[in-house]
Structures are given as C-alpha cells and as structure tokens.
Design a protein around this ligand. Structure first.
Ligand SMILES: [Zn+2]
Length: 95
C-alpha cells in the first residue's frame, strides 16, 4: 500500500475537518486512520482525474472509502452515481 506523503496527509486532514469529519457523499462519520476500512476518510476527486479533473484541493472532497471506491467503480462502468448515493443514504439512515 502506498504511504501518504506529508502533503497528501495534510490535504486529507484539512478536507476531513472542513467536512465536519463526515463523508461528502453519504454523510456518515469517517475516521482519519491509516487502516483500510469502509469508513476510513479518503480524498476523493469531485471531477475524476480520469475525466480531466485537476489534482487540486478545490477539486477534492473528503469521502469514506466505500463511496470513493464505489465512485471509481461507477465511473468505470458508467453506472448512475446519484442512485448509488441515494441507496447509501437509505442504508445509513436505517442502520
Ligand atoms: Zn460515504
């Protein structure tokens, strides 16, 4: 696994605090940890880099690992990301 550099860790921390320690997409509480977990806070690109999004903090949000990975999968498969968020919100509300 790639270890975050100082700048990446700083960016992750800033975004996490700005997001009130919650996932930008599904709103669940996230953890700023190095353990790979579904609720681990990650840096997610609003406009995916694969679609020309810049690697700047303005284009980044704090997202849980589950949403981050689901977004990557949906952008690859062309699935509807909004529908995934709606499903995740329902799951969060009912658990
Ligand atoms: Zn999430």
């Amino acid at each position: 696994m790639k270890t975050p550099t100082g700048n990446q860790l700083l960016r992750r921390t800033i975004l996490w605090l700005q997001a009130d320690k919650k996932c930008h997409w599904c709103g669940r509480a996230t953890l700023l940890c190095d353990n790979v977990a579904p609720d681990q806070a990650t840096v997610d690109h609003s406009i995916p880099r694969g679609r020309g999004g810049p690697d700047t903090i303005e284009n980044c949000v704090s997202a849980c690992r589950q949403c981050n990975e689901a977004r990557m999968a949906t952008s690859r498969s062309g699935r509807d990301w909004d529908r995934h968020v709606a499903e995740a919100a329902i799951t969060t509300a009912t658990t």
